[in-house]
Design a protein around this ligand. Structure first.
Ligand code: EPU
Length: 451
């Protein structure tokens, strides 16, 4: 056990207001995109989280000067002197994040070669990078896998291609976008991911001078251009963090207003939240005018009292229910009457955390079968990827060890909802994706302390 532990005195509702900033799963990619410009880029609302530090470090190693802007959360990237870094320097970041794989295209364009360290990220399945490498080879890159990492080069430059993803992977779609924008000729990507974070990345690339068409049926067409310039961008807010706090409000019978949360990006979550019996109210932003300070938009989430209702849900690619919303919400589902069913179709091993909830009194069974309406890729492959949650269960305090980011947040919610004092080990992992979560817990009246 480490001393990285939070003591949580649970059993009281979370109440208050917090704010979410730029989406973790966009901001880090926007930072990589800055490498492609020949003038500085400016990104606002950047949260202080571990992934941002890793990408900042890698950009710095490659000669991109990263400085803090005037506004809190503003970063400025100056790519005037992009240069190679040694494998030893880059390997300092080995195992720390998945974002380094997205440096391939930009570094190949800027330097003609790239070295990518071993990737990190949450252990929620094997998480291969075969689609990424296959796409890069289609563009004309050579990929040499060595024990210390991946060495890539593009001796004949990168050329547009027609490519269909076997599955609409978020990362592989970003890989193709970041490579195709400056590849010679036209790229057509089929079966692309179209998550709001991807559309926001496309907006950034368009601001930089790229020509990208998003067609219906997951087809994205990119016309390569010889050069791109810097961008100024305010990213979409973090809809995973917003949903996590919403789930915490529901599980603790509380009331949390999430400033910055945007209805359009959370529609599927909001439908499930309402079906479970949670209530919410959307506040639209109002710009300041003379005599009116304006109003920041957001969503207020609360437990209206009484019992929650069970639901059946399936995680899926956008516009489906996000896999990252699943773990926080399941804690609230332990409080719903009846049997809830969760079919995880994006990652094969994202239900392991339910064991810890069971030690706290939850009644969750996991199955290898597809318990959703449609069979998924994992159905006949021996993965426990469906869960049946019987409720309501009274949760009691326990000692918990955080296994990964989203499961970690669900452990935290469970500890907050449970009667008694829990010790949650490994909480620093939560800093990878939730900015200032301890300060936010304090703002919401949670009784937590570092021993
Ligand atoms: N996949 C492959 N081969 C590949 C790439 C993906 O088989 O080359 C599979 C994966 O193993 C997985 C599925 O495709 O089963 C989807 O993976 P995807 O590539 O879409 O995920 P990712 O880009 O690695 C991002 C987010 C995840 C989020 C997923 C799905 C970032 C940094 N991470 O991961 O976020 O769950 O998309 O929306 O953007 C998190 O924030 O906690 C997190 C895990």
């Amino acid at each position: 056990m480490t001393d990285d532990v939070l003591v949580v005195h649970g059993g009281s509702p979370l109440e208050g207001r917090i704010r979410v900033r730029g989406a973790k799963n966009l901001v880090s990619k926007a930072m990589v995109a800055a490498l492609l410009g020949d003038t500085p880029s400016r990104l606002f609302d950047v949260p202080r989280i571990r992934d941002v530090e890793v990408v900042r470090g890698l950009l710095g190693l490659h000669g991109v000067k990263v400085t803090d802007g005037d506004e809190d959360g503003e970063l400025v990237f100056d790519p005037a002197n992009v240069e190679s870094a040694s494998t030893d320097q880059i390997n300092v970041h080995a195992g720390s994040s998945r974002i380094p794989i997205l440096f391939c295209g930009p570094l190949l364009h800027r330097l003609g070669h790239a070295f990518i360290p071993d990737l990190g990220g949450c252990h929620i399945g094997p998480r291969p990078i075969d689609f990424h490498l296959q796409a890069l080879r289609e563009f004309g890159a050579t990929v040499d896998k060595r024990p210390e990492g991946l060495h890539l080069s593009a001796p004949n430059g990168l050329h547009g291609t027609k490519f269909a993803l076997p599955y609409p992977s978020v990362g592989a779609t970003e890989q193709v976008l970041l490579t195709a924008v400056m590849a010679e000729g036209v790229t057509e990507l089929r079966n692309a991911a179209v998550e709001p974070e991807i559309i926001d990345l496309i907006c950034i690339l368009q601001k930089m001078g790229a020509i990208i068409k998003v067609h219906t049926d997951r087809v994205i067409e990119i016309q390569g251009v010889p050069k791109l310039h810097g961008y100024t961008h305010r990213p979409i807010p973090d809809r995973i963090e917003a949903a996590s706090w919403a789930a915490a409000a529901l599980a603790t019978r509380g009331h949390v207003e999430v400033l910055g949360a945007q209805q359009a990006d959370m529609m599927t979550f909001l439908n499930i939240f309402r079906s479970v019996g949670g209530e919410y109210e959307v506040t639209d932003a109002r710009p300041p005018k003379l005599g009116d300070p304006g109003q920041e938009g957001g969503i207020r989430f609360w437990h209206p009292g009484g019992e929650l209702k069970s639901v059946a849900l399936e995680t899926d690619v956008h516009p489906g229910f996000m896999t990252d919303w699943q773990q926080p919400l399941v804690v609230a589902l332990t409080q719903a009457r009846g049997l809830s069913i969760v079919h995880e179709t994006v990652y094969e091993q994202r239900l392991g955390y339910t064991e810890a909830l069971n030690t706290m009194g939850a009644n969750i069974q996991v199955y290898r079968d597809c318990l959703g309406g449609t069979p998924c890729r994992f159905g006949r492959r021996n993965f426990k990827h469906s869960a049946v949650i019987a409720g309501p269960s009274k949760l009691h305090a326990a000692d918990l060890v955080i296994p990964d980011l989203r499961a970690g947040f669900s452990h935290l919610i469970a500890a907050l909802a449970a009667e008694g004092t829990s010790r949650v080990y490994g909480v620093d992992l939560i800093n990878r994706g939730y900015e200032d979560f301890e300060a936010k817990l304090a703002d919401l009246g949670a009784h937590v302390e570092r021993p």
